[in-house]
Design a protein around this ligand. Structure first.
Ligand SMILES: Cc1cc2nc3c(=O)[nH]c(=O)nc-3n(C[C@H](O)[C@H](O)[C@H](O)COP(=O)(O)OP(=O)(O)OC[C@H]3O[C@@H](n4cnc5c(N)ncnc54)[C@H](O)[C@@H]3O)c2cc1C
Length: 432
């Protein structure tokens, strides 16, 4: 069995991998390096880095389905995928200070009133809430430390020598480059490590699969307009598609719902999260309206250019017929430049904005009180960077079988799927 495991990224994938290993009395050494901070020191504004990665400050919606969130079934089959995701949900439950407060939404049939305009995806979602995630993170971290896992914090990995099995990192204090030798490497750098991932893929000429583009907007409105559907499904996923474009609502936040700014490649895009604590209640709903477009040449490049075109004053855009941009849960205005018409957006989306416009128009029919009482933050984007080709049996690189790609670095797009990648790789390491 490999004795020396190095995990790059203390995100959802890396942490679940380490947990599976120590739960099964793995007797080797596990080191996790992360450029962010431990859960006791990580401040609110560090949305993407630190313990539990982007998942740690997220809304904590744990989806339990193979229909969305990356291609886990492609690698392990449906049945195994469900079992792995359940293990991730169990870990969040296990370290939760009040597990009885986790909300489960599990719609079992599509409500008639959304037809014929939309379909509704039917699957269970557990909702943890951002504020509880902080507490979960601390207990989970303490457990891993008590089991002998070494964490190296605030330390950025700058290079990897796959041939000699060495991870190079910058010592944050002295800025010295140091090396760490591994038998097996788990690469889980998430979205915040997307540049690093592309550099490594280029450097080693790793074979890749192109992915379709996923772009859209973050839609926000008072919750009352959507309550009828929220009663059926907390994190409702409306969808529809034609031959070229599939559209869906994505990551719905309610009750105490806030729009969050993400920074990728230096550009602003939007996401959302919801707090559990009643003191944060604002009775708002927000969700992404995302399009996946087939047949775009170089979809990754196309999506990056689109995002670049909808930046103004170093941030994204806000449009509403009647509303102003909201504030964050800390009471600060959400960073966005307000625009009076959608010309620049339509131009950037090159004709595809009409799909979003139709989606909003049809929501007005299904939710008649909505009318013009909504706003959009532009853009929301899921960069599906070209995915490295991995061996399906253990997610290791076809060129370097002791290097395993996990989580968003392997296009996972979500907490349960990312965690499941980590758990799966750990199972394979335990099998020896
Ligand atoms: C605001 C927000 C809300 C979200 N809400 C949800 C939700 O409700 N439900 C859901 O399923 N998903 C949600 N997501 C997505 C989800 O958080 C991610 O899919 C998931 O965290 C990916 O896990 P990961 O382990 O692959 O990467 P991450 O969790 O992003 O972790 C990657 C880690 O790697 C570290 N890292 C990166 N590069 C380096 C480097 N060079 N050296 C050292 N360390 C490095 C980072 O510091 C980070 O801690 C949300 C994301 C955001 C940003």
């Amino acid at each position: 069995m490999s004795k020396n495991i190095v995990i790059i990224g203390a995100g959802v994938a890396g942490v679940n991998a380490a947990t599976k290993l120590v739960d099964n009395d793995f007797d080797g050494k596990i080191t996790i390096i992360d450029m962010g901070k431990d859960p006791y020191l990580r401040p609110y504004e560090e949305v993407m880095t630190g313990y539990l990665g982007a998942g740690g400050w997220s809304d904590g919606k744990l989806t339990y389905s193979t229909q969305i969130g990356g291609q886990l079934s492609k690698y392990v089959g449906d049945e195994k995928a469900m079992e792995l995701m359940k293990q991730v949900v169990d870990n969040f439950t296990r370290f939760h200070p009040h597990p009885e407060q986790i909300i489960l939404s599990s719609p079992d049939k599509e409500p008639e009133f959304i037809k014929p305009y939309f379909g509704l995806r039917l699957f269970p979602v557990w909702h943890i809430g951002t504020d509880y995630l902080h507490e979960i993170g601390k207990s989970w971290y303490d457990y891993l430390v008590s089991k002998g896992v070494d964490f190296i914090w605030e330390t950025k990995v700058t290079d990897i020598d796959f041939e000699n099995q060495i991870v190079y990192y910058e010592d944050g204090f002295e800025s010295l480059i140091e090396g760490l030798i591994y038998d097996k490497l788990i690469f889980g750098v998430g979205k915040s490590g997307i540049d690093f991932t592309s550099d490594i893929m280029k450097q080693y000429e790793l074979p890749t699969e192109e992915k379709p583009a996923q772009v859209g907007v973050r839609f926000e409105a008072p919750q009352k307009h959507f309550q009828k559907l929220i009663d059926v499904a907390y994190d409702f996923k409306l969808y529809r598609k034609d031959d070229k474009v599939s559209l869906r609502s994505f990551c719905t936040n309610n009750n105490a719902a806030y729009v969050a700014v993400e920074e990728t490649y230096g550009d602003h895009s939007y996401n959302g999260h919801a707090k559990k604590d009643e003191s944060f209640r604002n009775d708002m709903t927000n969700f992404g309206i995302l399009m996946e477009i087939k047949g775009i040449d170089q979809p990754f490049k196309w999506a990056r250019e689109l995002v670049g075109k909808v930046q103004e004053n170093s941030t994204g855009l806000f449009y509403s017929p009647t509303r102003e941009p909201s504030t964050t849960s800390e009471g600060i205005d959400v960073s966005a430049t307000k625009i009076d018409d959608l010309d620049v957006v339509k131009d950037a989306f090159q004709g595809y904005y009409s799909y979003i416009e139709d989606f909003i128009d049809d929501m007005k029919k299904v939710f008649p009180t909505l009318k013009d009482d909504w706003g959009i933050y532009v853009p929301e984007v899921k960069y599906l960077a070209p995915e490295p080709l991995v061996n399906y049996e253990d997610l290791s690189l076809t060129k370097y079988p002791n290097v395993h790609f996990v989580g968003d670095a392997l296009s996972a797009r979500g907490i349960s799927v990312s965690g499941a990648h980590g758990t799966f790789v750990a199972e394979k390491i335990l099998e020896g």
